[in-house]
Write a protein that binds this ligand. Structure first.
Ligand code: B12
Ligand code: SF4
Ligand code: SF4
Length: 268
């Protein structure tokens, strides 16, 4: 069964696919876990679409079309193909998922977990999104022990928020999380301003040696939609329909524009 599913994913340019028993997954949202789920089919979605990172305050995942919409469209294409050829029930997730996607992908042996807490794909580095299909079949493979990165410490030193600790990242100070907050304290605004962050943060990924040789995504939805430079005029010029194509749209346009304005306030 897994081989057939891998063929279907490969036809979409997705070649790193694994399977794990649901009992081996860390459940973070029980409410949305389908009753029929016995296993999770995990896969990585490469999204690196740049050779030189941008410096306008928008992280790489924010300057390409929204991966949640990519995953929904992918599931509409592949789920009917899977259920037509195999006697299984499947349901697709990405981000808003019942499981911790990073540890599940690592236990499938698809890559390693970095000190920056991110999952690192062998070919595409950490610039991959993770998706999963909850599946009614029992896993065909045993879970592997999680492998970790070489622990060079570069991400720990580079993180301006000192968010990377022994247990992973502290989401309460991570600048990526702060950039998505509607109501920010003066200290939080200062932190964004000092580090030139408008939406998302890639600092701990940009210093990681695993990303030095990471390949560009073969998926046109990402490789062909990258905006090289984003500014206030660009955000204001987008129609509502165009704006909704980007991941930064999920809390509305005002928060993105406010984050741009924050960059121009004097530092405390
Ligand atoms: C919530 C969330 C966030 C939050 C909080 C993350 C967190 N660690 O809690 C914020 C907004 C910060 C965030 C940021 C980003 N995210 Co995010 N996020 C998620 C989401 C939806 C759930 C993660 C989660 O809650 N896991 C469960 C918790 C319990 O486990 P954990 O993540 O390992 O968290 C541990 C630490 O936070 C630690 N901890 C808690 N408190 C404290 C305090 C201290 C002091 C310390 C040291 C540790 C610590 O304990 C937790 C358990 O071990 C996942 C999707 C999913 N369903 O898995 C995407 C996901 C992890 N995110 C993703 C991405 C792309 C990002 C960003 C790169 C986006 C960006 N460019 O800004 C950044 C990266 C930041 C980073 N270095 O990790 C991808 C990662 C892909 C990959 N290659 O790993 C995912 C998998 C989404 C996807 N489907 O692709 N994210
Ligand atoms: S995303 Fe930015 S703030 Fe968050 S842990 Fe990485 S470097 Fe630190
Ligand atoms: S920068 Fe070094 S310590 Fe951090 S995730 Fe990459 S290899 Fe691991």
């Amino acid at each position: 069964m897994l081989e057939k599913i891998k063929e279907i994913f490969a036809s979409e340019g997705i070649c790193n696919v694994g399977m794990i028993s649901i009992d081996e997954c860390s459940i973070i949202n029980e409410r949305i876990l389908p009753d029929f789920a016995r296993s999770a089919l995990m896969f990585t979605i490469p999204y690196r679409s740049f050779l030189k990172p941008a410096a306008d305050g928008f992280s790489e995942y924010a300057r390409i079309y929204d991966y949640h919409k990519y995953a929904s469209a992918l599931y509409e294409r592949i789920i009917p193909r899977i259920t037509a050829s195999l006697a299984v029930r499947v349901s697709g997730f990405c981000d808003h998922s019942p499981i911790n996607e990073k540890t599940a992908a690592a236990k499938c042996g698809l890559g390693v977990i970095g000190r920056n807490s991110l999952f690192i794909d062998k070919k595409y580095g950490s610039f991959v999104f993770l998706g999963s299909l909850m599946c009614s079949a029992e896993s065909e493979l045993p879970a592997r022990d999680i492998e970790y990165c070489i622990d060079c410490g570069k991400c720990v030193s580079a993180c301006p928020a000192k968010a990377i600790g022994k247990r992973g990242i502290d989401p309460s100070v991570c600048l990526s999380a702060i950039s998505q907050k509607k109501n920010k304290s003066e200290e939080e605004k200062d932190a964004l301003r000092r580090n030139g962050i408008i939406w998302g943060c890639d600092i701990c990924q940009s210093v990681c040696p695993y990303n030095e040789t990471a390949e560009v995504s073969p998926i046109p939805y990402f490789s062909e939609t990258r905006i090289t430079s984003i500014d206030k005029e660009f955000i204001e010029s987008l129609s509502d329909e165009e704006f909704k194509k980007y991941a930064f749209s999920y809390k509305g346009r005002k928060i993105v524009l406010d984050n741009i304005d924050i960059q121009h306030l004097p530092l405390d």
